[in-house]
Design a protein around this ligand. Structure first.
Ligand SMILES: Nc1ncnc2c1ncn2[C@@H]1O[C@H](COP(=O)(O)OP(=O)(O)OP(=O)(O)O)[C@@H](O)[C@H]1O
Length: 311
């Protein structure tokens, strides 16, 4: 594996389906060891990006590298992908599913996989097609974590789990990531949940990267301003600061800005929560994109073309 390389790095990544571009000119880097939330409205391109990283799809343009190598080659690290549809063999039992995982993965951790299944009281002799959606998710997550991956790609992993199972499996995921330095890239629509889980963020909309970087860094460069509106709109002096989103309710306005210099005399200022930041960007697809320095794609030389390198 390429020492010091980003866990994932995209350069000018594009994916075109028959109906048009699902991803366009996407460039960003995800440093190793981070837990990254991948956020965006329906159809933003999240599954497409995860599928390229998982070597399920070949990009139409640009490159994506994992630990400095193309997806699917030996140097790209161990990658596990938990897709939305959880592709398990429906006729297999849970035990047979884990056995297959063990046979296919030299670094397989049977105990970790079994513990996840057992914690949900899922019978090992039950066939996959007899399990509930949430139980299938648990088995699929056991299969993904049993691989001991360096990079875990999760596409809305917890959407069919009950709240208790969700919290428990998220805890296992975080414990695993902390213990082994696993990098996680996880698409989700549950913004409130991300606050305690993710320390990195990529926001896509319309197939383009709108926001990428360290969560603390992204929060620190935004300010939420609340005050009394001036005439029909925002105070004119606020126009000196790039605006992400503003909302007016009665006589009051709320604006999320990226302050350039002191923000005083408009009303109250506060740091946004992660949920407020995300909602503002999701509601304002025309806000200018922001990719923090740690998230800027760098290793052009080491970014291999998946089309030319992949076997
Ligand atoms: N196999 C395909 N063939 C044609 N178009 C596709 C295909 N897969 C995805 N698309 C289109 O590409 C765009 C991005 O889809 P994608 O599934 O990557 O979005 P997403 O962000 O994961 O959405 P969601 O939040 O709804 O899961 C959408 O416009 C979708 O209709």
């Amino acid at each position: 594996m390429y020492a010091g390389a980003a866990a994932l790095e995209a350069h000018g990544l594009g994916m075109r389906y028959r109906r048009g571009w699902a991803l366009k000119d996407c460039s960003f880097r995800l440093p190793a060891g981070r837990i990254c939330g991948l956020v965006g409205p329906n159809g933003a391109g999240k599954t497409t990006l995860l599928s390229i990283a998982a070597h399920v799809l070949e990009p139409t343009q640009g490159t994506l590298s994992l630990f400095g190598a193309a997806p699917g080659v030996a140097d790209s690290g161990r990658t596990a992908f938990l897709a939305q549809e959880k592709p398990l063999f429906r006729g297999f039992t849970v035990a047979e599913t884990l056995r297959l995982g063990r046979e296919l993965n030299p670094s397989w951790d049977q105990r970790a996989a079994e513990d996840i299944v057992r914690a949900g009281d899922v019978p090992f002799d039950a066939k996959i097609n007899t399990l509930s959606g949430g139980q299938r998710t648990r088995v699929a997550l056991a299969l993904a974590l049993g691989k001991r991956p360096d990079l875990l790609l999760l596409d809305e992993p917890m959407s069919d789990l009950d709240p208790v199972a969700r919290k428990e499996l998220m805890g296992i995921l975080l414990g695993e990531a902390a213990e082994r330095g696993t990098t996680v890239l996880m698409s989700t629509h549950v913004l409130a949940e991300m606050e305690n889980v993710c320390d990195y963020l990529v926001v896509l909309s319309g197939g383009r990267v709108r926001l990428a970087g360290d969560v603390d860094e992204l929060l620190s460069v935004h300010t939420m301003v609340t005050g009394i509106k001036e005439g029909e709109g925002l105070p004119s002096s606020l126009a000196h600061h790039p605006l992400v989103e503003s909302r007016i309710s009665g006589r009051q306005f709320t604006a999320l800005i990226r302050p350039e210099g002191p923000v005083a005399g408009f009303g109250e200022t506060d740091s946004p929560s992660l949920e407020e930041l995300l909602l503002a960007y999701l509601r304002s697809p025309d806000a200018s994109p922001l990719i923090t320095p740690t998230a800027q794609a760098q290793e052009r030389d080491q970014a291999y073309s998946t089309r030319t390198v992949a076997a």
